[in-house]
Design a binder for this molecule. Sequence first.
Ligand code: HEM
Length: 191
Amino acid sequence: MSKNTASTLLSITLLATMGVACGGSDSSTPDAPAGDTLPKCASGSNAFETFGGSAFLAVNTKIIDNTLAEFGSGGSGAANLGSAFEHLGDATQGSAYADDATAFTGKLAAFLVFAYGGPETTVVGGVTYHGNQDMVAAHTGMHITDAQLTYFITNDVVPALTASGVTSADVSACFAPVITSASFKASIIGH
Ligand code: HEM
């Protein structure tokens, strides 16, 4: 396979996986998981196949802990992430804020599992959450900037991965491409 073909396939995969992230349908017929064509870890398999569901849930919890710690004592507060997370669960700020921390945790877990090659549903705390979510709708009204997204990935997501034993090489190879693609960034920033 030529490099161009591989790169086209990767782009298609990211677009398919993140289809709803680009404002597509949030229908009950999810996009087919494109696990085979997701970026591969050193293991030769995609991230979900490599690390498994339990590891994804553990990383998800760490991402949330890292993020909410930003707003605790000693954290940088809204300086780097903006004020969106201060309104978690406060629907009076807009419909995108309707989910409380528990639902947010479940939805983020399900999103990440699905985006990285796992099943479309994930059970967290006995509740079934769907991975196929509309990222534009989820972040509308938050006016998230490129800098805030970069800060979140660099300071809250990547440390959660490495603290769970994911090597920096795997962070770069099989995690980063999915959440740093232009199409994914466009689904989070500026809505
Ligand atoms: C890798 C980047 C990101 C991913 C994968 C992601 C994913 C998600 C998901 C799956 C949800 C749950 C959807 C829902 O509650 O309906 C969500 C909600 C949320 N996101 Fe993001 N997000 C990202 C970046 C950000 C950034 C950079 C911010 C703010 C600076 C942010 C702020 C929020 C907030 C405040 C909510 C919860 C809203 C509520 O209370 O319901 N997200 N995000």
